[in-house]
Design a protein around this ligand. Structure first.
Ligand code: CTP
Length: 468
């Protein structure tokens, strides 16, 4: 363990602790990670006394006028040094992050503080006193749970989870991240208390949810969120994707399990959080559009369009950004069937041109999502799809090189149209511009100024406009 405590900062903290006659410990995630052989940059120091005063003393010792950021209400202080984020807090008797309206928490002993932490693996501490430097203080056998790969609460889980219901989602996040199992008693308590997540702010939920989404195999977390009943509370539309139905001996796939498989596929290829959100939402409107049509089977007509329309409401509820990130997700959900449709047909130049025009810079992400969308167990089918996609990709490249259509603007602007016919901004301008764009995308005229100009004159004439 010594190598994890070799940074000078720990020695300084130890010295200050001796000087002020206040015991100090490293506690929580840093200890857990160190015991797993990983060095964390986030260090939590727990002091049996005032954490803010202690932090100031440490900063003074470190010199260089190192700033101390502190939050009096919460009794916490923070120093950043050598890329390490060091947070100081006094030991507490009450919940670590109380949900009560009063943030003031009672001072406590080391034991009180450890009792009130979320999991046994997060409740371990390293002593920083000179005489017992680096000694592990592990009252709940966290080390054993770490070895056995178990997530368990230090106290009765009902108490730990009612202190802060977010811990139920954290349990699932840690289990997914560390590839641990949640202790069955603890998991039962999560099921029982799932409804309590309703008191949490959307920001805290989303923060944890995004952490699960960013893991390498997020489906593991989503299955637990589903089984525990938490997903129903925070994301009912997603739960609506579960289940299959059979009519006339024809069934459809379970769209929840399909979606999380797509999410894993995307996760194995890209770190982009928003592309992962697009994977989560790509089929979100399937329940709303599901219909059994005799002779045809199950249909989900326009679920791409309806799904893209559901994105803003979901983003708003999760307090996700309502900016270009959301627009990106909407666009990918809207376009997610296009490359598949394309690959099933004879790939014409105009269809590829349209796709390039509509997807713009997001074409590569769209292709990635579409390939991830193939989760069939039928290997022959998968092979066929992938071959077709290869074809689409080749064609995309060809057309792109030829026409340079990515983020393309038609060669005739609205200004030119208004100027030519002596008209002001109006419906006609839009109609002419659209007709020119269509003609180019369809390959009726080349992507050049002169031919586009001639087309403009022709379209204007059709609308009864005269050249100025
Ligand atoms: N903690 C807690 N209950 C919470 C959040 C945090 O008991 N709802 C305690 C745990 O002891 C945790 C420590 O506070 O180890 C620090 O919390 P945090 O920084 O959120 O997590 P880490 O455990 O450091 O892990 P990571 O940063 O990898 O999420």
């Amino acid at each position: 363990m010594k190598r994890f405590l070799s940074n000078k900062i720990f020695k300084t903290i130890s010295d200050v602790s001796g000087e002020m006659n206040l015991r100090a410990y490293v506690i929580g995630g840093f200890v857990r990670d160190a015991l797993l052989g990983r060095f964390s940059q986030d260090i939590d120091i727990m002091v049996l006394g005032n954490g803010i005063d202690f932090a100031h003393k440490v900063a003074e010792r470190l010199g260089d006028n190192i700033p101390v950021r502190f939050f009096k209400n919460f009794g916490t202080a923070m120093i950043i040094r050598d890329g390490l984020k060091i947070e100081f807090v006094g030991a507490r008797k009450e919940s670590y992050r109380s949900n009560s309206r009063k943030p003031i928490v009672e001072d406590g002993t080391l034991e009180d503080d450890q009792n009130r932490r979320d999991f046994t693996i997060n409740a371990m501490a390293f002593d920083l006193q000179m005489e017992s430097y680096g000694q592990l203080i592990d009252p709940f056998n966290g080390l054993k749970d770490l070895q056995d790969k178990i997530i368990r609460t230090p106290l009765d889980p009902d108490i730990t989870f009612s202190d802060d219901p977010l811990r139920m989602i954290r349990a699932i996040r840690f289990a997914t991240q560390l590839e641990f199992t949640i202790d069955p008693v603890c998991f039962e308590a999560i099921k029982k208390n799932a409804g309590r997540v309703s008191i949490l702010s959307a920001e805290r939920i989303t923060d944890e949810l995004n952490r699960i989404i960013q893991l390498s195999v997020p489906s593991v977390g989503f299955k637990m969120l589903l089984d525990s009943g938490i997903l129903k509370m925070i994301f009912p539309e997603f739960v609506d994707l579960t289940g299959t139905e059979v009519i006339d001996g024809i069934g459809h796939k379970d769209n929840f399990y399909h979606t999380i498989a797509v999410l894993d596929n995307v996760a194995s290829k890209s770190d982009n959080l928003w592309l992962r959100w697009a994977a989560i939402l790509h089929d979100i409107a399937k329940p709303a559009t599901k219909k059994f049509v005799p002779e045809v089977g199950w249909t989900f007509y326009a679920h791409d369009f309806r799904g893209s329309k559901m994105v803003p409401e979901i983003f708003r509820r999760f307090k996700l950004p309502l900016n270009e990130k959301m627009k990106y997700v909407e666009k990918l959900v809207l376009l997610h069937l296009r490359p598949i449709i394309l690959s099933e047909d004879i790939v014409t130049d105009s269809a590829v041109r349209r796709l390039l025009f509509d997807a713009g810079d997001n074409i590569d992400d769209l292709m990635l999502l579409c390939e991830a969308d193939i989760t069939s167990k039928n290997l022959q089918k998968v092979r066929k799809f992938l071959d077709n996609f290869e074809n689409v990709r080749r064609k995309l490249k060809e057309i792109e090189e030829k026409d340079r259509l990515r983020n393309w603007q038609p060669p005739i602007s609205g200004e030119i149209i208004m100027e030519t016919f002596g008209i002001s901004p109006s419906k006609e301008v839009g109609l002419i511009k659209k007709a020119i764009t269509e003609a180019i995308l369809e390959g009726e005229i080349p992507n050049q100024y002169d031919s586009a100009y001639q087309r403009m004159l022709f379209e204007g004439e059709k609308l009864g406009l005269k050249q100025k």
